[in-house]
Design a protein around this ligand. Structure first.
Ligand code: ZN
Length: 360
């Protein structure tokens, strides 16, 4: 993937929820009439969302650039009515009006959401086409997976890779608990696909991970028990304090684990920690993007009949795999994922033949 002058990855396109539903009418929206009213809006970034209240930082856009002056000011805001139903998520760069001092009991209004460079989404399950935006503007998706206790779940990794591809975010596979089990099998599975990876031990050196996170906005995803919280606490020593500051600002008690939160890394860059997920629905991803996230198989699918579901007898992928071009496990993973989108039993939360110990 290319990079722009600032060293950030180039994107295929900009992301906006409105892309899907509203774009045809976009040219006729009274944008130019509305904008001047908020010319004085203060730029900020959303770092936490809790029941309609948005914690925004004025003085940073989460790119890792050092804030000027005294550092970012946390401001609680609500969405302006004029934004309609437009979703606002952690990572969004927004414009604020009203009281932006951040003093207790003040409330600003979000009047603008800047165009997004990426949007990580999931759906409740694979048959649900309603996408739920999770995180905006991340440029790296760190898939945290344990090598043991709990054992790795390649199909979950495959799923998150699909989401990364669909969101246009570079993946990074972070394999934890390497002191408990060797990483060779998992690396052998993903290295040929060009998925970058790194291996960490419990209590071990994190300098390679830190280097990969430096200056970027990375979102961390993984299911519970993989050691993601341990990583976050090691990367951001005062993560607990940062989160409690967010809570102090919203005044709504403990930050619930049901939403994402952005945390600044001491060495530069930001991470967005997401709650542990048990499943990662992909009902909103079009079939071509599911396949494209399996590059080892996508190449073989050029011989498929037009409109191939990749699950029928006429699919050329069986022959592609039989000839040794891709691993049978990968085709099985793709097909379970595609079947799940049509209502077959969920595959990410269930034990599979190659992961029987998963739920033990
Ligand atoms: Zn096919």
């Amino acid at each position: 993937m290319g990079r722009d002058a600032g060293g950030r990855p180039l994107r295929r396109r900009e992301y906006d929820e409105e892309d899907v539903r509203v774009r045809p009418g976009k040219g006729s929206r009274p944008r130019t009439r509305r904008r001047p009213a908020h010319e004085d809006a203060v730029p900020a970034a959303v770092v936490a969302v809790d029941r309609g209240r948005y914690t925004c930082l004025v003085g940073t856009d989460l790119t890792g650039l050092p804030p000027d002056g005294a550092g970012p000011v946390a401001v609680t805001a609500m969405r302006a009515r004029e934004l309609g139903r437009k979703g606002i998520v952690v990572g969004d760069r927004v414009g604020l009006v009203g009281d932006t001092t951040g003093r207790a009991d003040t409330l600003a209004r979000i009047v603008r959401v800047e165009p997004r460079t990426s949007m990580l989404r999931r759906s409740a399950d694979d048959t649900d086409e309603v996408e739920r935006p999770i995180v905006a503007n991340a440029d790296q998706l760190v898939i945290v997976a344990a090598l043991a206790d709990p054992p790795p779940r390649p199909r979950m990794i495959d799923r998150i890779l699909v989401a990364a591809f669909d969101a246009d975010i570079e993946p990074l596979l972070c394999l934890t608990k390497a002191d408990l089990a060797p990483p060779d099998d998992i690396i052998a599975r993903y290295e040929p696909l060009g998925v970058p990876h790194l291996v960490v031990r419990r209590g071990g050196d994190l300098s390679e991970l830190r280097a990969r996170l430096d200056g970027r906005l990375s979102v961390l995803v993984g299911h519970s028990g993989v050691g993601k919280s341990t990583l976050v606490n090691a990367l951001v020593p005062d993560a607990g304090r940062a989160v409690s500051q967010v809570n102090a600002v919203t005044g709504r008690g403990r930050h619930t684990s049901s939403s994402a939160v952005a945390l600044e890394l001491p060495g530069g860059g930001w991470i967005i920690d997401t709650p542990g997920v048990r499943s990662f629905g992909l009902g909103h991803v079009v079939i071509d993007n599911v396949l494209a996230a399996f590059p080892d198989l996508a190449e073989g699918a050029v011989h498929c009949p037009k409109g191939c579901t990749h699950r029928g007898d006429d699919c050329s992928l069986d022959e592609w795999v039989a000839k040794g071009n891709a691993a049978p496990l990968r085709l099985a993973s793709l097909r379970r994922l595609l079947a799940s989108r049509e209502g077959a039993p969920d595959d990410a939360g269930e034990a599979a033949p190659d992961e029987v110990a998963e739920n033990a």
